[in-house]
Design a protein around this ligand. Structure first.
Ligand code: NA7
Length: 546
């Protein structure tokens, strides 16, 4: 008897919990995917999440000044009219805390928490070909199994801390912006060094400077930025949104980037120099990503792009008082918009403060971190706190760290040794029944993310619905379809100016040893959506269903 009980206990301890679908990540993607599979298809689905709360990217990124660069009324789900109507955003660009509240509200409203397992990181996923089952293991040793595995791990969730010698010697505290302590960091009386001037560094520097004794910003590549002109939403604007939801959504799904505004039809050269300056000036005053939409050729014609870029350089020189600092900040080595274009609140103005210094680490690179600060070839900077605003192992990083193994023992890291290869960014040949929400090869980071996420989740849900209706249990992208899609993704990027930014994370250039491949699909969200729909209508062309 005792023996039987012990054996049973062993088998229970070793047994995998089996459901119909496993979803990794409780951010925008995972929450909506759970709701769709469970409440629309009636499936038993589970979300596995490493953090101790929902929110995904917005759970982790709590650095000072963390704010979204898509407008709040578009940075949300549109699948539920009730949800849209009951939630009211407070500012033009939502801050991290407000977005996290929103996602917590979604989790409660749709009763999702009961099917979310928090505080346990997925450490491996392995496909059992004979059983058509994905076996997933977590850090705590729990095992799960399901026929379908869906990743909603985000594109910017794998922190990139550069391998600078000496970090272990540093006596002060150091932080990566993407893994910021929940209790916050007190900068009062501290000498802070910030490495990185991407969207994150551009947001954090003004906020850190406001309380630190001194902030030294270490800039490798100068960056463009447009003022966000963030402000509380007016009652008039809130009314406008609530009266025009359908029109706003229609614009979002029919434009290349999923934003709630259209790109102007005119070319930069179609207006006089004077008119062009007036158009840029108006867009600069209004602020935000709409700046990029004032001419339709800014992202495809270098001469057109130069006009925008020259305008922004002149603005930087006008704002920044010290000529040497202004020169460094405006010494831009890539066309405007070819790296993800930040929007800011007083970034360039911050360099007019007495307690802020800009250090050019392109001409004088960092040699090492010492116990008391940062040493470059020519100087030593004494610091109490180091902030790494150095970005992410973007798009592929979060997928690769799941340790996924497909058919015939094929590890994803080997399948992608020369760079990611997917079909539509949704599936990988050799990895049946694995769907990657906003995976490489989809528009993802080039768009307003919730719009791309809803499109992917709807497509995946519909695919699984059709499979179930037709008694199919397995779907796998063909190698041929994936090859063709990679070629199409490359062509789409080459038709734009995007590949001209050498140090872009779109290319994987920010992580040493990462293959240089342009990862997102740059052909436009509206075209991509049409393509995904056409594939489904043609009976899932490019996939094998069995
Ligand atoms: P980004 O955009 O990748 O920016 C990272 C910054 O850190 C960028 O200025 C990099 O310079 C710099 N960096 C990275 N590694 C180093 C090393 N080793 N030495 C010096 N400087 C370095 O990341 P963000 O977090 O700002 O933004 C990512 C996205 O998150 C953003 O687009 C939003 O969508 C939200 P580089 O340009 O490589 O010379």
């Amino acid at each position: 008897m005792a023996e039987n009980i012990a054996a049973e206990a062993r088998s229970v301890a070793g047994a995998a919990e089996q459901v119909e679908a496993l979803i990794i990540g409780a951010g925008f993607a995972g929450l909506y995917q759970l709701h769709s599979l469970r409440d629309r298809l009636g499936m038993k689905a589970l979300v596995l999440e490493a953090a101790d709360g929902v929110g995904g990217t917005w759970y982790w990124n709590r650095y000072p000044g963390a704010r979204c660069d898509s407008e709040s009324h578009s940075y949300c789900y549109y699948f539920s009219r009730e949800l849209l109507e009951e939630w009211e955003w407070s500012e033009r660009y939502p801050g991290q805390e407000e977005i996290r509240h929103y996602l917590n509200h979604v989790a409660d409203r749709f009763d999702l928490r009961q099917d979310i397992r928090l505080s346990d990181r997925v450490i491996s996923a392995r496909f059992d070909d004979a059983a058509t089952l994905w076996h997933v293991t977590t850090a705590s040793g729990k095992r799960y199994a399901a026929p379908f595995l869906i990743t909603g791990v985000g594109c910017l969730s794998s922190a990139n801390v550069p391998d600078i010698p000496g970090l272990e010697d540093f006596k002060g505290d150091w932080y990566h912006t993407g893994e910021w302590p929940h209790e916050g960091v007190d900068f009062h009386g501290k000498r802070v060094g910030q490495i990185g001037t991407g969207s994150t560094g551009i947001q954090s520097a003004p906020v850190i400077a406001a309380s630190a004794e001194h902030l030294t910003v270490f800039q490798r590549t100068a960056n463009y930025s447009i003022p966000a002109r963030n402000a509380p939403l007016t009652e008039d604007f809130k009314r406008h949104i609530s009266e025009h939801r359908d029109e706003i959504h229609e614009i979002m799904v029919s434009t290349p980037n999923g934003h709630p505004f259209r790109i102007e039809e005119r070319l930069a050269a179609s207006v006089s120099e004077e008119e062009r300056q007036a158009i840029y000036e108006e867009a600069w005053q209004k602020g935000g990503l709409r700046f990029r939409a004032v001419f339709k050729d800014l992202m495809v014609d270098k001469a057109a792009n130069d006009t925008a870029s020259d305008f922004i350089k002149a603005k930087i020189r006008e704002i920044v008082k010290d000529p040497k600092t202004a020169e460094l900040l405006s010494n831009l080595d890539h066309p405007f918009g070819t790296k993800r274009p930040p929007i800011d609140s007083n970034y360039f103005e911050t360099f007019n403060r007495d307690n802020v210094t800009l250090v050019d680490i392109k001409s004088d690179p960092i040699k090492r971190i010492t116990d008391t600060g940062i040493e470059t070839g020519h100087a030593h900077y004494d610091l109490d706190i180091l902030v790494f605003a150095t970005g992410f192992d973007a798009i592929t990083g979060p997928l690769l760290r799941l340790n996924i193994t497909g058919k015939n023992g094929l590890a994803l890291k080997d399948a992608w040794a020369a760079g990611p290869k997917t079909y539509l960014g949704l599936q990988i040949a050799g990895f049946p029944n694995l769907f990657t929400i906003t995976g490489p090869g989809s528009p993802s980071v080039l768009t307003n993310m919730p719009v791309s996420i809803e499109q992917h989740v709807d497509w995946i849900t519909d695919c699984i619905r059709q499979m179930r209706q037709k008694g199919r249990t397995r779907i796998e992208a063909t190698e041929q379809a994936a090859e063709t899609w990679v070629a199409e993704t490359n062509r789409a990027a080459e038709a734009t100016l995007l590949p001209l930014a050498n140090s872009s994370w779109y290319l994987g250039a920010n992580v040493s040893g990462k293959p240089r491949v342009f990862m997102p699909y740059a052909g436009g969200l509206q075209h991509y959506r049409a393509r995904c729909d056409a594939v489904a209508e043609a009976g899932y062309e490019g996939f094998v269903l069995s």
